[in-house]
Design a protein around this ligand. Structure first.
Ligand code: FES
Length: 116
């Protein structure tokens, strides 16, 4: 389960995990000190919606299907308590603590399902 711990990513323990997009099977390396969105955007995949990177715009919403992660605060405008209970969170606000499998939701779907 996730924890909602404001954190300094630079102070996070070392470690690398895989972020897997369930719908496509694509996998990206992600250090535990970086957000899942950072790993996705670093992958070179075009069209990953990177907005505010701070939990305020909501373009990077995903559902974490498996794996552990911690979060930093997210706007309730974009992630309700019910969303969070379903593990629907903002990729820019989660730090994987194990390999995680994500399902993209919302605006990110357009980029993920676009043909290269
Ligand atoms: S990039 Fe704005 S909420 Fe994630």
């Amino acid at each position: 389960m996730s924890t909602n711990v404001p954190t300094d990513p630079a102070a996070s323990p070392a470690g690398r995990h895989q972020v897997v997009i369930a719908e496509t099977g694509e996998s990206f390396a992600c250090a535990s000190a970086e957000t899942a969105l950072n790993a996705l955007s670093r992958s070179g995949r075009k069209g990953i919606p990177v907005g505010c990177r701070g939990g305020g715009c909501g373009v990077c919403k995903v559902q974490v299907l498996t794996g552990e992660f911690r979060t930093r605060p997210m706007s309730r405008c974009h992630v309700s308590e019910a969303d969070e209970a379903r593990r629907e969170v903002l990729a820019c606000c989660i730090y994987p603590e194990s390999d995680v499998q994500l399902r993209v939701v919302g605006k990110m779907q357009k980029a993920i399902f676009r043909k290269p």
